[in-house]
Design a protein around this ligand. Structure first.
Ligand SMILES: Nc1nc2c(ncn2[C@@H]2O[C@H](COP(=O)(O)OP(=O)(O)OP(=O)(O)O)[C@@H](O)[C@H]2O)c(=O)[nH]1
Ligand SMILES: [Mg+2]
Length: 689
């Protein structure tokens, strides 16, 4: 997986000559090269308060993002600097420095809102930079958050509903940095941390007057949308004169306290900022980040309301197409490199194909997401199958040609003898037969004619059958001829059997290959879906926790109505969570749907595929003995003596022996399952129908 090390930042998002927002081609080209997951850290905040300076520190540099010593805004649009992540191996750190908000000279609040929106939507960690203290003013200036909710939709078509629950899944975690912090971190005479300070500032004011509502709105939005919230406070970096040439200052010129605070901040970001994750847990690569930026900017510049769901969908289209192309390229490249035609057997070609196909499917599965109805996976399967079939045809053809060439070489002296009629004399038949057998033996002992060697030999020998009879008749008496004809029949039958066996093995193998193709795809898809279900559940759990924490705080602060309203969201989330678990059997129907389409180009899977469809044996949690721990998706069980779980003493539950009932419904077909027992020494399985 590739990363890049940019020497200096470049502009990612800017306005073109006509004033329209655009994504810079050079930046997209750089992102295109990054196939690693990216940790995207963006900074936003009012203009001229050291944002670019802080981002340079994250790049472990003094200069890079341009700083300005005048009152004029320095950074325009969004700038990008991609570097290998200093602590997370295999990750790229993408720093996004944004234009300062609220510059009265520019006076374009709409533009400011979009810059803010893009920083939020593209980043996995958002740094909000403010000056002095977190006062009401700083919070109110964060009205871009409220704007964001007005200007962006999660789902297309949704209008007035509270989308904050869905927003949380798309939103980055927030780090608040306060520069030139002048207050003492104390509350009621007790020292507090910067995080507690932020928590305190975000507390709501009781009451429902217009002013109070206005006061509460940004706080409520922040608490509701960003989780977790982290805060860092910084002292003033240096004296006034020095600050004018900050780019040239080394750490020794700066206030040591400030240096430590910056170091703490950087360490926190390096350790805690996570890679940007797409839905279903797929880590976003640089390439995907580029496509995402393009999609959002396109929506903004065509004055549409950016819709997060649509953006994700169009990103998944691009990404899945790309994943399928990459997987197919890999398959074609590897096959070209590893296959040498003709192969000695069909099995040999099949083994190479199976191994390469497994890796190709892996490439696709690892790089794709939200592949609706498995459209791209099926297309990849179809195209790989067609390439493979072409290899099979070429294999037969090449083997035919080589076998024919070998036959004319090996049998050439016999041909000359036949031409010169040497065999048409007494004893000629015996000579002819032994010459024929010798040549056949030599032909068989030579390797490299490929999988059609017996078939081609058979064809050749049956062509020669008639001449054999003529020689025989000329040489032997009638009785001897009859005896010999009978003996020859056995020899011919044997040869035919060999050729037929060869052909039937080829056909069987090709059929088996089709079933393997289906299985490989179905298995990898199933694993991915299992993983995604787990991630979806975790994400729901996380959002649920955020909401419950918020609800608790609302209750503590005396906002009972809001807390009640939040209960509805919480109930909805809980329902979603149980739906995810209950949706488990639907995975099976998804696999059946895959099979239904795959049958069109893999006719060999026929009904057999249904019969060997991976059985999802679901364990029944109501029957599990308390010492048995079931996996979340109810497909695995673990014995744990130390932890006797506190679970309801159900009537159906095993209480004597550590057992659990697993069930699966079948209507027809032969079914099999392989229990994976790991290193367990004691286990038993009983089948009841
Ligand atoms: N008071 C103060 N000034 C700072 C701090 N950090 C940087 N500066 C100075 O602030 C000026 C602007 O710094 P930048 O990093 O360019 O600020 P910015 O927020 O990126 O500015 P824009 O891109 O124009 O919005 C420079 O002269 C820095 O020396 C700080 O923590 N406190
Ligand atoms: Mg700047």
């Amino acid at each position: 997986m590739a990363t890049v090390k940019m020497q200096k930042p470049i502009c990612l998002i800017d306005n073109d000559e006509s004033g329209c927002m655009c994504v810079r081609r050079e930046a997209l080209e750089i992102l295109e090269e990054i196939t690693q997951p990216v940790v995207v850290v963006a900074i936003v905040g009012l203009y001229r308060i050291g944002k670019s300076f802080l981002m340079n520190r994250l790049a472990v540099k003094n200069d890079g993002f341009a700083l300005g010593a005048t009152i004029e805004s320095k950074t325009n649009g969004i700038w990008m600097w991609c570097l290998p992540h200093p602590t997370k191996e295999g990750h790229t750190l993408a720093l996004l420095d944004s234009e300062g908000l609220g510059d009265v000279e520019k006076g374009d609040t709409k533009h400011d809102t979009w810059i803010f929106c893009l920083a939020v939507l593209l980043s996995s960690t958002l740094v909000y930079n403010s000056m002095g203290t977190i006062n009401n003013d700083a919070l109110e200036k964060l009205h871009y958050v409220t704007k964001l909710i007005e200007d962006v939709k999660v789902k297309s078509g949704s209008k007035d509903d509270d989308q904050s629950t869905e927003f949380i899944s798309f939103f980055p975690s927030l780090v608040w940095t306060v520069r030139d912090f002048t207050l003492k971190l104390e509350l009621d005479g007790q020292p507090i941390t910067a995080d507690q300070y932020l928590d305190n500032v975000l507390k709501l004011k009781p009451g429902s007057s217009k002013e109070t509502e206005q006061y509460n709105l940004p706080r409520y939005c922040l608490r509701n949308l960003f989780s977790p919230c982290k805060c860092f406070v910084f002292d003033c970096p240096a004296s006034g004169e020095k600050m004018k040439q900050m780019e040239q200052l080394t750490d020794t010129d700066l206030d040591p306290k400030f240096v430590i605070q910056v170091e703490d901040f950087c360490n926190y970001i390096f350790t805690n900022a996570q890679a940007k994750i797409m839905r279903e847990g797929l880590g976003m690569t640089g390439r995907m980040l580029g496509s995402l930026a393009e999609t959002y900017v396109e929506a903004i510049s065509s004055e549409q309301v950016p819709c997060l769901d649509n953006a994700v969908e169009s990103l998944s289209q691009i990404q899945n197409k790309r994943a399928a192309t990459e997987a197919l390229d890999f398959y074609e490249r590897e096959m070209k490199q590893k296959v040498q035609l003709p192969t000695e057997t069909q099995e040999h070609l099949s083994e190479i194909h199976t191994d390469i196909q497994r890796e190709a499917v892996e490439i696709f599965i690892n790089c794709s997401f939200s592949d609706f109805k498995q459209i791209h996976q099926l297309e990849l399967m179809r195209r790989m199958q067609s390439v493979y079939e072409e290899y099979c045809r070429d294999n037969v053809e090449t083997s035919r040609e080589m076998s024919k060439a070998a036959i004319s070489r090996v049998f050439s002296s016999l041909q000359t003898e036949l031409k010169n009629r040497y065999c048409m004399q007494p004893g000629g038949y015996t000579d002819y037969r032994s010459a024929l057998e010798r040549a056949t033996e030599q032909y068989r002992s030579e390797k490299g004619h490929g999988l059609m060697s017996e078939e081609v030999l058979s064809e050749y020998l049956s062509e020669k059958e008639e001449i054999g009879h003529i020689i025989l008749a000329a040489d032997k008496s009638l009785t001897e001829s009859q005896q010999e004809t009978e003996r020859l029949k056995t020899v011919t039958d044997e040869q035919q059997r060999r050729a037929e066996e060869e052909q039937s093995r080829i056909k069987k193998q090709q059929l088996k290959d089709q079933q393997r193709t289906y299985h490989e795809n179905a298995e990898q898809l199933l694993k991915k879906l299992e993983k995604e279900q787990g991630i979806t559940k975790q994400e729901l759990e996380r959002v649920l926790n955020v909401k419950m924490k918020e609800q608790r705080e609302l209750l503590e602060e005396g906002f009972e109505n809001r807390a009640k309203k939040m209960q509805r969201e919480i109930d909805g989330l809980k329902e979603n969570k149980s739906e995810v678990t209950a949706a488990w059997p639907s995975l099976r129907s998804m696999l059946e749907a895959l099979e239904e389409v795959a049958k069109n180009f893999l006719p060999g899977i026929g009904r057999l595929a249904l019969a060997v469809l991976i059985a999802l044996v679901i364990l029944d949690p109501n029957t599990a003995h308390p010492e048995l721990i079931l996996s979340e998706e109810l497909t695995r069980v673990r014995f744990c003596e130390e932890t006797k779980q506190q679970i309801p003493n159900d009537l159906e539950r095993f209480d004597n022996h550590p057992c659990v009932v697993a069930s699966e419904g079948f209507e027809s077909g032969t079914h099999s399952w392989d229990p994976d027992i790991g290193k367990s020494k004691h286990w038993e399985q009983e089948k009841h129908t």
